[in-house]
Write a new protein. Structure first.
Length: 283
């Protein structure tokens, strides 16, 4: 059994302190193997906002954390900094690595930086990034849950979200599925949920297309005041059970912040039947 907790779009600088405190308590109670922050740590990439995000992580003590930047983590109004040193404040708070990897016996999580100074809100993934992640996935242990972390959604869910999708995401999804990916975590839209986003890979079978299930798990905004209408702050608790030979399953439980109790409360879990541990083909 392995457990991770996905935080997305906390937007420090526009945070609700009571939600931050409740999130720290939730992490202490659930004791995940890994906390993933899938981008937009800050509201406007200012130094004091990154310091607030870093202070939150420091409150977690020895808890392992994997974080990647989102589009809000690049300077917006300071165009010189955006082009010359877009990640200077991010790196000051979270280190030089923009694409961290967490490797444990039952969990492999690979961070991918999908932000670009030339794009305002949209994300992009390069051919080199796609290939590098695919190679790493193909080396995973059969016992591991294989997770890729991006910021923008890997695919669009519905016409209204097409402008939010990740440029190059469809190619990435096909390659990563073939290499053994189970979950692609993202955020950006402040809409939480889990969807099966199975690519069709004609190369996987000579007699017709073969589908390998991959699930896109989107986080809402964890602690920010920037809420969608009628949508609470939320995080995702992901539990994984499986081995190299038997069935592999994950459960995604959205935990919503409740204003009255000032706690994150677990909602009904979504149960995901994952693909066999052995990838269909090496990418």
């Amino acid at each position: 059994m392995s457990r991770l907790l996905q935080i997305s779009d906390p937007h420090f600088g526009a945070e609700r302190q009571e939600a931050v405190d409740a999130l720290v308590r939730l992490i202490e109670q659930t004791r995940p193997e890994l906390v993933v922050i899938s981008g937009d740590l800050t509201q406007r990439a200012r130094r004091h906002q990154f310091e607030a995000a870093r202070a939150f992580v420091a409150r977690l003590g020895a808890q392992p954390v994997l974080a990647i930047p989102g589009n809000h983590d690049l300077p917006l109004f300071d165009l010189i900094a955006r082009w010359r040193q877009p990640y200077v404040n991010y790196r000051r708070a979270f280190g030089e690595e923009l694409e961290p990897v967490f490797d444990a016996p039952a969990l492999l999580a690979i961070g991918v930086n999908t932000t670009r100074p030339a794009r305002h809100t949209a994300g992009e993934i390069s051919a080199e990034q796609v290939a590098r992640v695919a190679r790493r996935l193909a080396l995973a242990s059969p016992a591991q849950l294989r997770v890729v972390v991006v910021h923008q959604p890997i695919v669009a869910i519905g016409p209204a979200n097409r402008h939010d999708r990740l440029h190059g995401g469809e190619i990435a999804l096909r390659r990563w599925a073939a290499a053994g990916a189970d979950l692609v975590l993202g955020g950006h839209t402040h809409r939480a949920g889990a969807w099966r986003v199975t690519p069709r890979d004609d190369e996987a079978g000579r007699d017709g297309a073969v589908e390998r299930p991959v699930f896109m798990v989107q986080g809402g905004t964890a602690v920010s005041r920037r809420l969608r209408a009628g949508t609470p702050n939320s995080v995702n608790l992901i539990d994984y059970a499986g081995d190299a030979l038997g069935p592999r399953r994950a459960a995604v439980t959205r935990c919503d912040y409740d204003d009255e109790s000032r706690c994150f409360i677990a909602q009904a879990a979504q149960h995901l039947d994952l693909a066999p541990a052995t990838p269909f083909l090496l990418a």
